[in-house]
Design a protein around this ligand. Structure first.
Ligand SMILES: NC(=O)c1ccc[n+]([C@@H]2O[C@H](COP(=O)([O-])OP(=O)(O)OC[C@H]3O[C@@H](n4cnc5c(N)ncnc54)[C@H](O)[C@@H]3O)[C@@H](O)[C@H]2O)c1
Length: 383
């Protein structure tokens, strides 16, 4: 069997996402499985060049995983002929500069979201990559979650009739960092460092809504910084200047209304950290990260409002579990494999920089809506 090596720079590999989801759960998992199988029987073998700021941390990660190729010098890594792909999981603020360098170097580019800090920059990157004939991709991992794959299956099978609305709840309590360490990095809570839940989550909401229910046509958002002071990784108090909760309504092409709460200041009384309820004329579904449950119109009970009596029905038990019917792999890994096939054999890959720019645009206009207290229409973006 022929094995073709494909050189990939992994920048930001010491971070939460770069290490866990991209290096360990995706790229190393792909190597453990023998590479990515191509239609002609060849396997693609990711050769990893780890890039970061700290020599000590890179060496430690490389040693831990038996890797030998790492550097703190991005420019020299980009100059290598045996590297085809640049991947970026750095903090958002460092991304645009590095991606511009990678475009100059003529590398194909895959990146974490958000693509850039504002729409103009994201669109400019998309145009520059397009002009340079470079292939691009942006992480849209939520599409590959088992719960959302099952939801897509229901939509494709016509289960809902006409979809009316989507109600989503995302979030959990992120500790303030004083008496228990916070479970997210402190830059997430500083506007000046590219933090904020809108910038973090609206790019996800964009592709989830657009791919499943219809392109987003407008946004009305209210945002808050509920916890104004937090304590950072070194135990120092700091002012939390970025939004830590967003309450938004999105109108979609085709008339579906989506209402999504995103918050790092809620305690979870749900089955999963994100859940979407979809209500349609013929049926409803509640999808989480892994599970998806449905209720069809033919078996919908008829509750009658009477606050004088205790609830007699166990509403949750009236829903049916959607079966897996297939094996679900890690979503980040599945998307990496698709991107690698896109580079190697031209397999279609719709989640490019333009798609990423639309996610950035939704975050930007969500913040405009919140600041100006009004509903904001989303103009179409094109190259
Ligand atoms: N797809 C998802 O579900 C998802 C989830 C969380 C975060 N993200 C995205 O991934 C990216 C990284 O987020 P994270 O949570 O892994 O962050 P993190 O703070 O854990 O990691 C950041 C990485 O960037 C590097 N870095 C480079 N220059 C830096 C600088 N000047 N200051 C600080 N760090 C610098 C760090 O060394 C580290 O490797 C962000 O763009 C974020 O939006 C995506």
């Amino acid at each position: 069997m022929t094995r073709r090596s494909i050189g990939i720079i992994v920048n930001g590999v010491t971070g939460r996402m770069g290490y866990r989801q991209h290096l360990v759960r995706s790229l190393l998992a792909i190597r453990d499985a023998g590479g990515v199988r191509l239609p002609d029987g060849t396997t693609l073998w990711p050769h990893l060049v780890l890039v970061g700021r700290s020599e000590a941390k890179l060496r430690e990660i490389a040693d831990r995983h038996g890797l030998t190729d790492w550097t703190t010098d991005l420019t020299s890594a980009l100059a290598r002929d045996d590297v085809e792909i640049y991947f970026d999981a750095q903090v958002t603020q460092q991304r645009e500069k590095a991606i511009r360098q990678a475009i100059e170097a003529g590398k194909h580019i895959y990146t974490e979201k958000p693509l850039a800090e504002d729409t103009a920059a994201a669109l400019d990157l998309a145009r520059a990559a397009n002009a340079a004939g470079i292939r691009t991709g942006v992480v849209q991992d939520k599409l590959f979650l088992p719960g959302l794959r099952k939801l897509k299956r229901l939509l494709d099978g016509g289960f809902f009739g006409q979809v009316l609305s989507v109600r989503g709840d995302f979030g959990y309590w992120v500790f303030e960092g004083d008496w228990q360490p916070a479970q997210r990095p402190s830059w997430n809570y500083r506007a000046s460092d590219g933090g904020g839940i809108v910038v973090d989550m609206f790019p996800h909401w964009h592709y989830v809504l657009a791919e499943l229910f219809g392109e987003v046509r407008s946004v009305s958002a209210t945002v808050a910084t509920h916890i104004p002071q937090r304590v950072d990784e070194r135990g120092r108090p700091y002012a939390a200047t970025a939004d830590d909760a967003a309450y938004a309504v999105f109108e979609l092409a085709g008339g579906v209304i989506a209402q999504l709460n995103s918050s790092w200041c809620v305690r979870v009384h749900r089955d999963e950290l994100v859940e979407f309820q979809v209500d349609g004329t013929h049926g409803s579904a509640v999808a989480g990260l892994r599970r998806c449950r449905v209720q069809h119109r033919a078996v919908t009970p008829k509750p009658v409002w009477n606050p004088d009596l205790p609830a007699t029905e166990d509403f949750r038990s009236q829903w049916t579990e959607v079966p897996d019917n297939e094996e679900f792999d890690n979503g980040f890994k599945v998307q990496w494999e698709a991107f690698l096939r896109h580079i190697a054999v031209d397999e279609p890959f719709p989640w490019d920089f333009l798609a990423g720019a639309r996610g950035v645009q939704l975050a930007e206009l969500g913040l405009v809506s919140a600041r100006e207290g009004r509903r904001v229409e989303i103009p179409e973006l094109s190259l």
